[in-house]
Design a binder for this molecule. Structure first.
Ligand code: MG
Length: 459
C-alpha cells in the first residue's frame, strides 16, 4: 500500500516535471519599443549610411536580429502608429483617410474601443509609459492616458504643427529652423509643462524620462513606448550633437537618437535587466523626401514617406534581447503589425477577444530561428489598397509619389516586382508571371472580406 502511494507520488512528480520547458523563459519580460519619425531605410550605419555614425544601434543590431525587409504599418504617421499600437491595419479602426493624419483641429482620434498594446499588457500588470510623440488624438478617449498608459510625457502631435504666424514650409525644412517657430506643447500626463516646447532638448529629455521609468520599475514589468519626435522636420539637436555629424543637422539628429538608444541599453545592462527586456527599434515610415537635405534617405529603395513604394514603408527593424533573441540578419518579411502579438506572447497576455489582429508572433523566428509562414502584406494609402507583397513578390494596383502627384496611376494589370532581385522596383515582370498575380489577387480577395466599414476618424 505504502509503496503504491510512493509510486503515485513519483508519477505525479514526473508528469509535472515533463510540463516544464527545458529552460524556463523569463516571465513577463520588460518591453521597449523605440519608434523614430520619418527615418529612412538608409539612415543607420548598419543599414548602409555612408555618413551617419550609429555605433550604439549598430551594436544592438549585431547583438540582436536585424530585418532587411521590415515594414511600417502605413505610409504616414497617424495610421502607422495606430497599426503599431493596435496590431491592426489602421482602416479597421477608422484611423486612415483622406486627410492622411490627425491635425490639431481634427475631431477624431483613436477610438476608445480599440485595445492598445498598453491596455493588453495591463492585463499582466505591466507599468506602461508613453514617451514622445503621440499623434493618435487629443480628445478625451484617444489620449495616451485614456489608452492604457500610466504615464505620458511628450508632444500631442508632430513637431511642425502649431506653426506660428509667418512660418512657412521652407522654415520647416531649413537647416537652421527658428527655435520658437512652432507652438507645440510639451506635456506631462496631460498638463502643459512648456509651450512652445524647447525642441533642441526633446531627444535628451525623452531619454531621461525612459531612464527614469527603468529606474523606478522596482521588479515590476514595464512597457515603454518611446516615440521620438525626430527626425521629423523641423530638425533640432541638443548642443552636444549640433554640428557634429558629417550629414548636417539630419545626421546630428540621428546620432543623438543613437546616443539615446545606447543610454537605454546601458541602463538595462547596469540594472541587470538586459536579458529580461525585449527592445525593438523601428521608424514610423520612410524619409520625407520633399524636405531636401533635411529629409532622410531610403537607401536603394524607391520613393519615400507618403508612398507605398518600398521607400515609403520599408524601414529599419531591429530586435534585441540578449540570451533570448539570437543574433542574425533575416530577410523574412515582417512589419510593425507583428509587434503587438509578439509583445503579448512575451508577456503571456491574452489576445483581446473578438478583435481581428493582422500580425504574427515573431518569437518563433527571433528565438527559435524558424521561418515564418508565407503571408501577404498589404500597403494602404489612406483607405485605398495600393499594393500587396507575397513572398518575394510585390504587386502594385495603384502607384503615386508620396507628395506632389495629385492623382494615382491606376494599373489595369498590376505592376509586379521581384523584390530580392529588384529592391528598387525598376523592372516590372507582370507579363511573365501571371500565376503570381493570380495568387496575389486571391490573397487580396480574402483580405477584403475581413474589412468591416467603420466611421472614419481622419476626415
Ligand atoms: Mg512620420
Amino acid at each position: 500500500m505504502r509503496s503504491r502511494r510512493i509510486l503515485f507520488a513519483l508519477l505525479w512528480l514526473l508528469t509535472f516535471a515533463a510540463q516544464l520547458p527545458a529552460a524556463t523563459p523569463p516571465t513577463r519580460p520588460n518591453i521597449i519599443i523605440i519608434l523614430t519619425d520619418d527615418q529612412g531605410y538608409g539612415d543607420l550605419g548598419c543599414y548602409g549610411s555612408p555618413s551617419i555614425r550609429t555605433p550604439n544601434i549598430d551594436r544592438m543590431a549585431a547583438e540582436g536580429v536585424r530585418f532587411t525587409d521590415f515594414y511600417s504599418g502605413a505610409e504616414v504617421c497617424t495610421p502607422s502608429r495606430t497599426a503599431l499600437l493596435t496590431g491592426r491595419y489602421p482602416l479597421r479602426s477608422g484611423m486612415a483617410g483622406n486627410r492622411r493624419v490627425l491635425f490639431p483641429n481634427s475631431a477624431g482620434g483613436l477610438p476608445p474601443a480599440e485595445v492598445t498594446l498598453a491596455e493588453a499588457l495591463k492585463a499582466r500588470a505591466y507599468t506602461t509609459a508613453h514617451i514622445g510623440k503621440w499623434h493618435l488624438g487629443i480628445h478625451a478617449g484617444s489620449r495616451p492616458q485614456d489608452q492604457g498608459f500610466d504615464s505620458t510625457f511628450g508632444l500631442p502631435y508632430s513637431n511642425d504643427m502649431d506653426a506660428r504666424p509667418g512660418i512657412t514650409a521652407k522654415d520647416r525644412f531649413s537647416a537652421h529652423p527658428p527655435a520658437d517657430g512652432w507652438n507645440v506643447a510639451l506635456q506631462r500626463n496631460g498638463e502643459v509643462m512648456e509651450r512652445p516646447a524647447d525642441q533642441t532638448t526633446l531627444t535628451k529629455r525623452y531619454t531621461e524620462e525612459a531612464l527614469r521609468v527603468i529606474a523606478a520599475a522596482n521588479d515590476k514589468p514595464f512597457f515603454i513606448y518611446l516615440a521620438h519626435s525626430m527626425p521629423h522636420t523641423p530638425l533640432f539637436a541638443s548642443p552636444a550633437f549640433k554640428g557634429k555629424s558629417r550629414r548636417g543637422i539630419y545626421g546630428d539628429v540621428i546620432e543623438e537618437i543613437d546616443w539615446s538608444t545606447g543610454e537605454i541599453l546601458a541602463a538595462l545592462r547596469r540594472a541587470g535587466l538586459a536579458e529580461n527586456t525585449f527592445v525593438f527599434f523601428t521608424s514610423d515610415n520612410g524619409p520625407w523626401l520633399t524636405e531636401g537635405a533635411q529629409g532622410g534617405s531610403a537607401g536603394p529603395l524607391r520613393e519615400g514617406k507618403g508612398s507605398t513604394w518600398e521607400g515609403g514603408m520599408r524601414v529599419p527593424g531591429i530586435a534585441w534581447m540578449p540570451g533570448r533573441v539570437r543574433p542574425a540578419v533575416t530577410s523574412e518579411p515582417a512589419s510593425s503589425l507583428d509587434l503587438y502579438p509578439t509583445a503579448l506572447a512575451l508577456a503571456g497576455a491574452p489576445s483581446p477577444t473578438g478583435v481581428a489582429l493582422d500580425g504574427l508572433d515573431l518569437l518563433p523566428l527571433l528565438v527559435g530561428q524558424r521561418a515564418l509562414p508565407e503571408r501577404p502584406y498589404f500597403f494602404y494609402r489612406g483607405t485605398e489598397l495600393f499594393a500587396c507583397r507575397l513572398g518575394e513578390w510585390k504587386a502594385h494596383f495603384r502607384t503615386q509619389s508620396g507628395y506632389g502627384q495629385p492623382q494615382p496611376d491606376v494599373h489595369a494589370t498590376p505592376l509586379l516586382f521581384r523584390l530580392p532581385h529588384d529592391p528598387s522596383e525598376k523592372y516590372d515582370v507582370a507579363a511573365t508571371h501571371a500565376d503570381v498575380l493570380t495568387r496575389i489577387a486571391s490573397a487580396v480577395t480574402a483580405h477584403r472580406a475581413t474589412i468591416v466599414p467603420i466611421e472614419p476618424q481622419l476626415k
